[in-house]
Design a protein around this ligand. Sequence first.
Ligand code: FAD
Length: 470
Amino acid sequence: APVIWWIRRDLRLCDNPALTAAAESGAPVLPVYILDEQDEALGAAPKFRLGLGLEHFGQELAKAGSRLILRRGKALEVLQDLIEETGAGAVHWSRLYDPQAIARDSAIKQQLKEQGVEVISHGGRLLFEPWTVETKAGGMYKVYTPFWKAVRGRNVDSLLAAPGKLAAPDSWPASDGLADWHMGAAMRRGADVVARYCRVGEAAAQARLEDFLEDSVDAYKARRDYPAEDATSGLSENLAWGEISPHRMWHQGSAAMERGSQGAEHFLKEIVWREFAYHLMYNSPHILTESWREEWQDFPWSKKITPQVQAWQRGQTGYGFVDAAMRELYVTGKMHNRARMIVASFLTKHLMTHWKIGMDWFADTLVDWDPASNALGWQWVAGSGPDAAPFFRVFNPSGQLEKFDPEGAYTGRWIAEGQDTPPQTALDFFDAAPLSWDLSAGMAPAEPVVSLQAGRDRALTAYREAREER
Ligand code: FAD
């Protein structure tokens, strides 16, 4: 009887414990992707990027003598159908850690086991399973640095090779056509523009890692905050869909550290920020939906999409750093980390808008969207998270620009207004933006939506008042 490999956020053949276990069972392997209600609820860009990943991965599986079976529906029902159609005796998958996935997966596990089907879940998405990292008192970590100290010396599982040819079943069950899933349907923007900036698949991700470790890692610590530079790995997009394993990044990063690379340890630390985000989400899932610290739950942030918030979404605030960053996001589906902090600070402080409005916009527009890192990032900037920047530290977007983009390379790349011959990147924004945004006012620099001083004062007054009430 075949075994089912239920593929989720692990679109890779190398270093995939679920796939390796399925292959080593000796039985024919049925790789299946299920578009269930949790995937249907993905934001526009993540769903579109998932579609690109599935298309590519289907081809990779075909090269390995296998196939990607696509089915749509409730995951349990689809799995039960497949088991009935093929007589499959076991299901393997790699774990996810958000509360909805955990609830779905535990219910499926229990139900299938009752039917006599073997169900085995595997790690692979994280370096350290969240429940294996505990403080001395036996609780969760709430602060990053002790978390880092607790894990940095740990053994990380060694890499698994791709299984080579996958044993195919005698006959294949029916599959949906990917095109019929219309994964890009919710993209109001030019999906073809975004696709040009995506780097899809396992081979591309591995090549990117090699290039980064060869060319950029030494200067990583010094240059990672300069948004115009190609100084970071750019692998978040691939990690999000499991096209590369964090283990590979860890092992290759550690090897660079051992040969004396300055920046490599810092790179490992950033990978551990992602682990920390998952640790928090697993242990305190309310980080996804409400201010992590209770005292922030009544903070008087606005939840309205005002014209100012729209200007933020559309890269029209009149502040170069913010506008360049929001356009980079809209065109590429990604944004530099420093820029993410600046735009998040601008929204939650200068515009006094709830971080959830920003988090939701990111969840709709990022191709590297990750529930844990997105929630942690927003709550970190907003000041409401467990290990957060203090609210009163308000980034000044103009000062930050002078510091991190002194030559105007970043703003020049993304903002066409004011340039005689804007680069293609800046023009791409006008192709990506939906017509409904009416950018016909066109090439005039936007007026500032709020004065920096007034915005800052309003935020700090609200902060003081909230503290006094407590
Ligand atoms: P590199 O600098 O090369 O770092 C390597 C890897 O480490 C990254 O790919 C990422 O997995 C991890 N990492 C780096 N910085 C962070 C961080 N601050 N938090 C968690 N993990 C980190 N990252 C996402 O992957 N998805 C998101 O939805 C997301 N939303 C964010 C929202 C806000 C408001 C902020 C401030 C940050 C967010 N981040 C998110 C974290 C970070 O900005 C990106 O991971 C990073 O910019 C990706 O670029 P890179 O792959 O070149 O990173």
